[in-house]
Design a protein. Structure first.
Length: 433
């Protein structure tokens, strides 16, 4: 099962910032409503209740025939609107909001002694109309310029402040995470053969120390790599020179036993091959420059190198150009062909094609495959193909590094190595991006 990819630090930081802004805005709105808005609503309700009581008492004390004159004079006020009827002039307003309900509750409590029941409506402009009854005559009273609850502008400003807070938090997160992303980029692009400039020491103290530790690590690794290269060069020279002298000495001895001479020569060749594989595996291929080359030409070169081994190339295959390390790719294909010769059976088919933006290189022999349980271990160093495929061919020796070298080359090119058992043979596939 594929492991679930963890959430990035940037995403976590942004999510936490947004959550913090939302919680802060909610708390701010709650405190504003509790400590500022509610007391203001209570005072406003008390003032309006006093006006309603005064209006009610005035109406009661005014003779019935004089009331229309009084109401007409009150309607001319810029603070008050009075409507006579069972319904207000407009009751098509939206349902009351939370703050409006608080206001009406406070208003009802303030005039409960003078008015047993309060009916109220809102018009389409959200103006409040309050009903006052005197006998059989209902009056609807509305106070002008009274705004209950947060206005649209207040809510808009609240939303804008929230967006600005999120934007500032996002920008701060980017600034803080930039040094970490630079460190990740430097780590991804690190190569033993590359001259990497040390990271600039900047950022908070924790990031500063981390970048400094990274620079120290790179310096230690580069120093170890330089020493390793010197050691490998010395081993190659100090061992190959005596082997060359030993081969020359055996030839000059003029041994009469041809079989003994051939065996000695073959053992020296095996030692040279083993040494070459060891040094190739240890040295790696990162130092080779990347160039553009033709895979078909490499196939033909390998086929010509083993003319009697039954190697075939499809006649319909055209030129396939890729970018990579040519010597390394040639070594990988050669190792696969040599494995097919040693442990498989002819014919051996070499095939290359492009599909889905990737290049596929296939080497397929007609021998029996490998047990599925061993497919994952045959690329490990010193695991020999003759043990994996159980081949009785004793004409070849194995260092156990052939497929390990192939895997290392493929990894150097950010590719993929696959092994496939088929009914008519065994196939190895190299997939390059």
């Amino acid at each position: 099962m594929q492991a679930k990819r963890p959430i990035s630090l940037s995403r976590r930081a942004i999510t936490m910032t947004i959550a913090l802004v939302i919680v802060t805005q909610f708390i701010t709105l709650l405190l504003f409503t509790t400590m500022i808005l509610r007391p203001q609503i209570q005072r406003l309700a008390n003032v309006i209740a006093s006006n309603i009581v005064v209006f009610s008492e005035t109406i009661k004390q005014t003779p019935q025939d004089k009331r229309p004159i009084l109401i007409s004079k009150l309607q001319s006020s810029k603070y008050l609107t009075i409507w006579t009827g069972k319904e207000p002039p407009d009751s098509s307003g939206p349902p009351p909001r939370f703050i409006e309900r608080i206001f009406m509750t406070q208003l009802a409590n303030a005039i409960s002694e003078n008015q047993s029941e309060i009916n109220w409506r809102t018009d389409k402009k959200r103006r409040l109309w309050i009903e006052i009854n005197f006998g059989d005559t209902p009056y609807w009273v509305s106070f002008k310029n009274v705004i209950i609850g947060p206005s649209g502008l207040a809510l808009t400003l609240l939303a804008i402040s929230g967006i600005l807070a999120i934007g500032v938090g996002y920008t701060i997160n980017l600034i803080l995470l930039k040094p970490i992303n630079e460190l990740r980029h430097a780590t991804d692009n690190f190569a033993l053969d590359a001259n990497i400039d040390p990271l600039e020491l900047k950022g908070p103290s924790e990031i500063y120390s981390l970048r400094q530790s990274f620079n120290n690590m790179i310096e230690r690794i580069s120093s170890a790599e330089r020493e390793r290269s010197i050691v490998l060069a010395g081993i190659s020279h100090d061992l190959r020179t005596p082997l060359a002298k030993l081969r020359l000495a055996i030839e000059m001895m003029g041994a009469k036993d041809d079989d003994l001479l051939a065996t000695a020569q073959r053992q020296i060749t095996n030692i040279e091959t083993t040494l070459s594989h060891f040094i190739t595996f240890a040295r790696g291929f990162e130092g080779e420059a990347i160039s553009k080359f033709n895979i078909k030409a490499i196939f033909e070169e390998i086929k010509n190198e083993y003319p009697e081994k039954g190697i075939n190339i499809p006649s319909t295959m055209g030129d396939i150009f890729i970018e990579g390390r040519q010597s390394a790719i040639t070594r990988a294909i050669t190792n696969l062909v040599e494995n097919a010769i040693k442990y498989g059976k002819p014919p051996i088919m070499l095939k290359a094609y492009k599909f889905g933006g990737k290049t596929y290189l296939e080497v397929m022999d007609s021998g029996k495959g490998i047990d599925e349980s061993k497919l994952e271990i045959i690329t490990l160093p010193f695991v020999r193909g003759d043990n994996a495929r159980n081949n009785d061919n004793q004409n070849y020796t194995s260092t156990g590094l052939g497929l390990a070298i192939v895997k290392k080359i493929v990894a150097t090119h950010n590719g993929e190595l696959r092994f496939e058992n088929h009914q008519d043979g065994f196939k190895t596939v190299i997939i390059l991006p």
